[in-house]
Design a protein around this ligand. Structure first.
Ligand code: AKG
Ligand code: FE2
Length: 343
């Protein structure tokens, strides 16, 4: 049995990250934060998710061996609580602190709830029960993460379950300075990059690498698996990490169901980081008019995070302000901040 190492964690300060947490994210590549978001909102999100996903132990649950919610919780979802969480000022504030930009220069590119059931791993390459260690960048960006000291995205896992009930902590490898042998440049030592095919299952990925690229296989054993630490979450804990942080999902306790919300925010300028879902405006014709209502009721900052031009943008003229006001008139949009910036 290998010894379990726990990653450092601590509570946030009144809905705000502490300076030490920002520093840990910038230097080590992650911060595990408790009590950042209001517990009642998190309970509402969890309740919506618990109702939507199959109960553990059912045949439907046994079919789930990968991630996602079949679009059910993709922003904007039917769960008003989930939409509120995605744009919660404390979550956006944390991203602002980590990326060191103003909130109108932040963009949302992922928001979904994922379920993971505790079960024996199935024998296929894409099984997520016991993941190969990896960085998240390949299926988020068309390029490669920028140099370490200029991060342009924040990856987020928000746990809607208790570790003691579910286990399945995310394992992370803390980076220790520019010369850390676990963090060479560029990041190509992982399935799904360059000539290496994408394999999610740890056992299968490492067997493949040992046969086809033993140097990479050795690097991963020596510098990554041997140094991983477990993020021992609680209900509502948030793991902030990056597109260039080594990490992986570990097995959930047999018979348990672990729910998490996943978010990605990027700098507005980094257009090469893609939205993982259909664009937000694709939801505009839904009968519940959820998206129209979100735009009308959101703050100027929250709208900007969805790509709506902030006050002062070159898009705004008195003509475009009037037009947008009329589009959302029935939802009570207040365009006065945009008008004021024009004057
Ligand atoms: O589920 C987890 O704890 C991590 C998942 C993950 O890293 C991934 O699917 O990319
Ligand atoms: Fe990942």
């Amino acid at each position: 049995m290998t010894e379990v190492r726990w990653a450092a964690s601590e509570p946030a300060r009144h809905g705000k990250l502490q300076a030490a947490q920002v520093q840990r994210w910038r230097e080590q590549g992650f911060a595990l934060v408790h009590d950042l978001l209001p517990a009642d909102l998190l309970r509402r999100v969890a309740r919506d998710a618990e109702q939507a996903f199959p109960a553990p132990g059912t045949e439907a649950a046994r079919q789930v061996t990968g991630f996602g919610s079949d679009q059910h919780f993709v922003f904007p979802s039917n769960s008003a609580a989930c939409n509120q969480l995605t744009l919660h000022p404390s979550l956006l504030g944390a991203v602002v602190d980590l990326l060191n930009v103003s909130v109108t220069d932040v963009r949302l590119t992922q928001s979904d709830v994922w379920v993971k059931y505790g079960r024996e791993p199935s024998a296929h390459n894409y099984d997520n029960a016991d993941q190969r260690i990896h960085c998240d960048y390949p299926n988020h960006t068309l390029t490669h993460p920028p140099p370490w000291d200029q991060p342009d995205a924040v990856e987020i896992i928000l746990y809607l379950a208790e570790y003691d009930d579910c286990e399945g902590a995310t394992a992370v490898v803390p980076r220790s300075g520019a010369d850390d042998p676990a963090y060479p440049w560029p990041i190509t030592q992982t399935p799904g990059v360059n000539h290496l095919p994408y394999i999610n299952d740890r056992q299968r990925a490492e067997v493949y690498l040992r046969e086809h690229d033993p140097t990479v296989a050795n690097f991963r054993q020596t510098h990554l698996y041997a140094r991983e630490e477990q993020a021992q979450y609680r209900f509502g804990s948030v793991l902030f990490y990056r597109h260039d942080t080594w990490h992986r999902g570990t097995p959930v306790k047999l018979g348990a169901r672990r729910l998490v919300a996943n978010f990605t925010f990027r700098k507005a300028a980094s257009e090469w980081i893609n939205v993982l879902h259909p664009g937000w405006s694709w939801s505009m014709y839904r009968p519940d008019q959820m998206m129209e209502s979100i735009i009308a009721k959101a703050s100027v900052e929250q709208r900007a995070v969805l790509g709506f031009p902030p006050p002062g943008s070159s898009f705004w003229s008195s003509a475009t302000i009037d037009a947008v006001e009329q589009r959302y008139a029935a939802f009570g949009i207040d365009m006065s901040p945009y008008r004021r910036a024009l004057a």
